[in-house]
Design a protein around this ligand. Structure first.
Ligand code: FES
Length: 140
């Protein structure tokens, strides 16, 4: 199977690899696994409590090339977005951007799940209602 140039680029030169202190209130951590293959992805965001803008994002993925590329892209995309905007990112956007073949679609789902899990963790820590971001998103 041939990987697209963008997958190869993100895989060979992943952006935002790393880890943040998950005990910090402004950091949300999402840890998700793909039942299909056992690959695991951790994605973290640091959110400005005033503006709800995601100011930094880091990831670490133990998985296939497409999962690494999807999570690398996800960290690039969430940075600078509000939490509500980041929730709008869907795995189909990632599939399109990276031109993933059908057998690799679940790798992009993992990235979407990781974004949602990180935001959910941040919301829980900061007592932000689950629906709050969604309401803002509808208003956009
Ligand atoms: Fe499972 Fe890519 S093969 S995440």
């Amino acid at each position: 199977m041939a990987y697209s140039d963008k997958v190869v680029d993100h895989y060979s030169n992943p952006r935002n690899v790393g880890q943040m202190d998950k005990s910090l209130d402004e950091v949300g951590t999402g840890l998700v696994g793909a039942p299909e293959c056992g690959d695991v992805m951790r994605l973290q965001i640091r959110v400005n409590p005033e503006t709800q803008v995601i100011e930094d994002a880091k990831f670490k993925t133990f998985g296939c090339g497409s999962a690494i590329a999807s999570s690398s892209l996800a960290t690039e995309w969430v940075k600078g977005k509000t939490v509500a905007e980041a929730l709008q990112i869907s795995n189909t956007d990632i599939v399109k951007e990276l031109a993933l073949p059908p057998v690799k679609i679940h790798c992009s789902v993992l990235a979407e799940d990781a974004i949602r899990a990180a935001i959910g963790d941040w919301k829980k820590k900061n007592n932000v209602a689950e629906t709050e971001g969604a309401a803002v998103a509808v208003a956009h």
